[in-house]
Write a protein that binds this ligand. Sequence first.
Ligand code: WT7
Length: 642
Amino acid sequence: MTSSNNTTYWPKNRYLEVYNRSIDDPEGFWADEARKLDWFKTWDKVLEWKEPFAKWFVGGELNASYLCVDRHAKSERRNKVAYYFEGEPGDTRAITYAQLYREVNKCASALKKLGLTKGDKIGIYLPMIPELPIIMLACARLGVTFTAVFSGFTAQAVADRLNDLEAKILVTADGGWRRGSPFPLKKVADEAMKLAPTVKKQIVVKRTGVDVEMADGRDLWWHDLIKDADDYVAPESLEASHPLYILYTSGTTGKPKGVVHSTGGYMVYANSTYKWVFNVDQNDVFWCTADIGWVTGHTYIVFAPLCAGSTSVMYEGAPNFPDLGRWWDIIEKYGVNVLYTSPTAIRMFRQAGEEWLEKSDLSSLKLLGSVGEPINPDTWLWYYDHVGKGRCPIVDTWWQTETGGILISSAPAIQMPPLKPGSASLPLPGVAPQVVNENGEPVPAGERGLLILKKPYPGMLMTLYKDPERFKEAYWNRFPGNYLTGDYSIQDEDGYFWLLGRADEVIKVAGHRLGTLELENAAISYEAVAEAAAIAKPDEVKGESITIFVILREGYHPSTPEEIASMEGAIKKHIRDTMGPIATPERVFLVKKLPKTRSGKIMRRLLKAVAMEAPLGDATTLEDGASLAEVQAAYEELKGQV
Ligand code: WT7
């Protein structure tokens, strides 16, 4: 498919020119990009690459809050809307850059009065309300490194993060709105506080108005703190490698990884990729539907659009509240021009039927984006036809928490390549992906392999928090000098990349990343469970769903169908309570034995075949260490068990 309307909106046709320069002269190229931001002090060196540790813009100093707020509040953009906030119950706020500036300063002052200074760490556990970007920017202003925890996470998940960071403060809310009801966030935050002794204070935003218990001397209302705060706090001049935030994400071990993002490199990369990919005009309204708790929201709701001085929509609630017309309503109401969302959301709307879209005027849309998981061609075409009405190109953006910003995508501001539904298309400037085999050798066009990155770029994570060894182990040791993405990919004859999902033990449910080991640990923490193996199954809407096989401990023998169902239900609930609703398994199978290779590795392919009631498939690609006969026998045995 080719995009037919790339005449005025995509005037430039200079991808190769820009891309080649970025590869031939990366330092010159990124210095030019960095000059588009305001620096308090210019860098001495663009890149210091002590493999695998990259430091960008060494010696340079800047402040992300200054870039996102002060610059605009002091310019003719001061009365431009930064955020159109739409609460789920229908309450709205339009926040201009001048107002954002005031609120960020007040909030920074309040944090300062509580004794927070550069280098401190705090946890943020908030729903999608304006106070979330405000507190992030206030932290950035002071050089306080924050971790934002998705509001759907459990107390244990919050506490693990707070403990890893030795956070001093937790910022939360009395609750938020989801599908018509307030959810009790503060209750969960209180549980987390009990498990996280370093956290001495809790700041609480009043959102839902439900009664909450405020612990004397420990819990402080946000609105009280703001009342006594100063109107201005000077932004700290921070070195480019000062950690802006740490975001935890699942990996192949049981413990989430603390991905550390810098201030300078990250802001440069966020700003450039936002402009290249979304090509947002000063008068455009941009809407990224992600939750700010994920990296997509950090970069493309908070730091990039604000740095660019854009107007964004921020929506608090569920896409189907009060009905499936809500998003399309919002697009019409605010005249959204660019919509950036996930394949899971699109598949859900596709399943619900076009009539929900037809009630609203979607003619403001001119560009559509997709992120988080592979988008299958059927879903792509439905998005193109029914949301974009055949007028709007789709940017399928491939990236990761670790990469800070988009790496592979078409880039309308540079050039719109002919679109191929299902392919993320070409690498952005400065990005050098390659598809290799198990030995690290490039594979021919059209062949599947592991995706690696051959060059550092400014958005790249600096390290894993307090764990540089794991940083090396997870990304660099397999193919020294190259970053292992963990994804399978194909590069076709035209150079387009087709991302095929994870090659490691990571499951993507509705675009959210879950480690099989984390799931297994959660299952095993249930008293009745001795052993567990988690696998992903393809899912029509969520992309993948979770199935868990468990062996029960001695003494647990559910035998009637009711007892078995109740045990399965209890295990599901336990996993949900431990890890959050996203991690709820679709199915739990109680088995007597799990198939393993001779080296003790669980045979996931086999489990998957059983769960899908599918034949074993090509035996040559089965896990090594077992003969075909053994694998067949294990397959039959397991089938007999479930
Ligand atoms: C993994 C990273 C990117 C921010 C949100 C998710 C998968 C992401 C795409 C895409 C195919 C994609 C990959 C990647 N992924 N975008 N456009 N096409 N797959 O960040 O939770 O760190 O997950 O998401 O498997 O490795 P994340």
